[in-house]
Every structure is written in structure tokens, then in C-alpha cells.
Design a protein around this ligand. Structure first.
Ligand SMILES: [Zn+2]
Length: 236
């Protein structure tokens, strides 16, 4: 009798563990997010609607400079998040950025890209390392970067390639990075205003807490994606 009781207890514990594991694994699925994970699905979507196509910004925009920080250890996590240094964005986003670059070039300036399309699994990884929804996108919601509709950028002098003076470095989570923070050198305020003005003109909204982050207006229609840079580059 005693042996049967112990056997039953062990069975209950094993079943409980299994339930906990299943619930844990399905937590992201429960949030109701639709994430495009297969190349075939992406190909179907971009075939039916060409605006869904992901464009390699370095190929598409002459003179654009990239410094994809998550493909290096020079980011706030100190870890490699991306497997290669690529900047992709949806077709209308790429066209808008090209128009920004054209306008800036008349002033002898250009864009520097720190981050663009971010595969969903990278958002999960960032949140595991730094689980603070105010600073890192919550995987339960996904990021506009996952939709290919957000960019983290700064301005450079075209001649030298040097970044203009800005309020802070990229991914500075202090109050100094807020869009309305004013206790800064006049030059940093002027450059930030130029960046905000030109991005707004070509269809981007800035974020209140990160001067470098811009969302393309109309991002809602583009689905979250988890397709690697390497897969996208093969098709490009
Ligand atoms: Zn961003």
C-alpha cells in the first residue's frame, strides 16, 4: 500500500512538472503575436505586397554608414546579439531613408545606422539579458524593429565619416537621452533638432526616451518577423 502511495505521489509530481514546462514554453504564443518565421511565408507576403520586401540599406542608399552595434560587443549587453552586421528595412522605409540621405547630403551630412530590422529572436535575447520593458522591447509585444519599421540612427559629416555631436552615445539609458532634455551643449541640441526635423518630414516619429530611435509611420501593417539576416541577404 505504502509503495503504491509513493508511486502515485511521484506520478503527480512528474505530471505537475510537465504542465509547468508546457505553460512556460507557450507563454509567447499565448500573447497572441503573429510572427513570420518562414522564408516561404515572407516570400508570399512580399510577392503579394511589394512594400513588405526587406531592403539592404547599405546597397540601396549611396553613402550611408553603418555601425551595427549588436553585431559587436560594443553594446549595452557586452555580448554579440547578431550573427552579422546588416541593416534591412521594409521598402517604403528604405525609400524614406534614401530621401533623408539625399536631403542631408546637400548639407554635407549623412546617416549613421546603429540598428534597423531586428529579428524577433534577438529581441527575446536582449530581454533575457536586460528584462526592463522601459528600455528594451518586451517580447510579449515585440518591437517595431522586428517589423522592419524602426531605425536607430545618428548624423555624420560625409567628408570625414565622423559622427556629429549628439546628446549621448547610442543606447545610453539616462535622462540625457530623452528627446526633450535640454541641459546639453547648444551644438548637441541643434544637431538633435536637425535629425528630428528631417526624419519627421520624411515620415518618422521620434521616441520620447531615445533620441536615436525612429518609427516609420504606418508600421502597424507590417508583421513581426524572425528571419535571419543571412536568409534575407541570400534573396537580396
Ligand atoms: Zn530602436
Amino acid at each position: 500500500m505504502q509503495i503504491r502511495k509513493i508511486y502515485l505521489l511521484r506520478l503527480i509530481i512528474q505530471i505537475s512538472c510537465l504542465i509547468v514546462i508546457i505553460i512556460g514554453q507557450s507563454s509567447f504564443a499565448q500573447s497572441g503575436l503573429t510572427i513570420v518565421r518562414e522564408m516561404q511565408r515572407y516570400a508570399e507576403q512580399s510577392g503579394a505586397d511589394p512594400s513588405m520586401k526587406m531592403i539592404d540599406l547599405e546597397h540601396f542608399i549611396p553613402g550611408i554608414k553603418t555601425d551595427i552595434r549588436y553585431a559587436t560587443k560594443n553594446n549595452f549587453t557586452g555580448e554579440l546579439i547578431y550573427t552579422s552586421a546588416k541593416a534591412f528595412a521594409r521598402k517604403p522605409v528604405a525609400h524614406a531613408l534614401k530621401a533623408v540621405q539625399d536631403s542631408l547630403s546637400e548639407l554635407g551630412l549623412g546617416l549613421l545606422i546603429f540598428d534597423a530590422y531586428r529579428p524577433y529572436s534577438a529581441t527575446v535575447k536582449l530581454f533575457e539579458i536586460y528584462p526592463h520593458p522601459g528600455f528594451v522591447a518586451d517580447p510579449a509585444k515585440g518591437s517595431r524593429h522586428n517589423r522592419g519599421c524602426a531605425v536607430d540612427i545618428s548624423l555624420i559629416q560625409l567628408k570625414t565619416g565622423k559622427e556629429l555631436k549628439m546628446p549621448t552615445a547610442f543606447d545610453d539609458f539616462s535622462e540625457k537621452a530623452h528627446s526633450k532634455y535640454m541641459d546639453l551643449p547648444a551644438e548637441a541640441i541643434k544637431n538633435r533638432a536637425l535629425l528630428f526635423g528631417i526624419m519627421d518630414h520624411f515620415g518618422f516619429d521620434h521616441l520620447e526616451t531615445e533620441w536615436w530611435h525612429f518609427d516609420f509611420r504606418g508600421w502597424e501593417k507590417f508583421p513581426l518577423m524572425d528571419i535571419s539576416f543571412e536568409s534575407l541577404a541570400v534573396r537580396d
